[in-house]
Design a protein. Structure first.
Length: 304
């Protein structure tokens, strides 16, 4: 009877996941992650929940979230992760799953996306769950969704049946497209990201050096270059991969090319910024956003 109840619970969770817009949901074991930083509490889920029995790993395809005219130097560029609203991981769509577990009397601890509080190495957990492999750009890559996947996770003490899915084979092969595309050589060592050289990270740093300004172009926040160069993402461009998630950029911003034109963005007051963008969406405050925007505008003027 207990097995039947748990199987029914798993089925309910899966149904809820797809209703909430998730594209991927997998159940796997909460064992120690050998390749996580050993001093990090995320290396062992049982540090966060000693009674943990199951990891629930979820994903949403975000490849469709982009500003249409990516080649216009006057349009400020933000990453697809930011535009998807999952800068801080997949959180809200997992609330219903957590609620189901809680109502059944189980503990469920959810990743919140903040670096000092997130409880799982989500990429490693996704690899364990058979969703994909960790590519040379250090990101998770899957045959179905490429690397444009936003991840979320839950640790629970509910013993749910693990998915019997074989690990996906690493299919990067001899390809070095991502490493070649990186403007600051942050992928000098394959499979390992040098965060101190990553443009996405540097655009959120205290200062913008001349080196950063010279390579950022019209990028305001984050950089998708290593992903855009990836053949697994290019294969999906013409396939029209659809996501279950219903987040409309047009409903949020109206005409995207018009809204993200830098001449419009520079007019945003702090109140406007918090209304349309805000820290929860872009991960930085108004002052840092404007700092990067002004540097991008200067690059645009020089390019035209």
């Amino acid at each position: 009877m207990e097995d039947d109840r748990l199987m029914s619970l798993k089925n309910r969770i899966e149904e809820t996941a797809f209703t909430e817009g998730l594209d991927i949901i997998r159940f796997t074991n909460p064992g120690y992650f050998n390749y996580a930083l050993p001093e990090s509490p995320r290396s062992d889920p049982r540090i966060s929940l000693p009674s943990s029995q199951t990891l629930i790993i979820c994903g949403i395809y975000i490849g469709g979230f982009e500003i249409p005219d990516t080649k216009d130097p006057n349009i400020g560029q933000l990453s697809r992760l930011i535009l998807s609203s999952f800068y801080f991981d997949v959180v809200k769509p997992l609330d219903s799953i957590k609620s189901i577990l809680n109502k059944e009397g189980y503990t469920a601890i959810q990743c919140d996306g903040y670096s000092d509080k997130s409880i799982l190495p989500l990429k490693l957990a996704a690899v364990r769950a058979g969703i994909g492999w960790q590519g040379k750009n250090s990101l998770l890559i899957s045959k179905e969704y490429g690397s444009f996947i936003a991840l979320g996770g839950i640790i629970t003490d509910a013993l749910l049946e693990y998915d019997r899915v074989a690990p996906q084979k690493n299919l990067c092969g001899d390809c070095d497209a991502c490493r070649t595309a990186c403007p600051l050589n942050a992928l000098e060592e394959p499979y390992k990201l040098n965060v101190s050289r990553c443009l996405s990270s540097l655009l959120e740093g205290e200062e913008l050096s001349e080196e950063i300004k010279n390579v950022m172009g019209n990028k305001i926040l984050e950089c998708d270059l290593c992903q855009l160069a990836c053949p697994w993402n290019k294969k999906l461009d013409n396939k029209g991969v659809k996501s279950n998630y219903r987040w409309s950029l047009n409903e949020q911003f109206g005409n995207l090319n018009k809204f993200f034109n830098m001449n419009n963005l520079i007019k945003l007051t702090e109140e406007d910024f918090n209304k349309y963008l805000g820290y929860a969406l872009v991960g930085v405050n108004y002052n840092m956003f404007r700092r990067n925007l002004m540097a991008a505008m200067e690059n645009s003027v020089n390019k035209c």
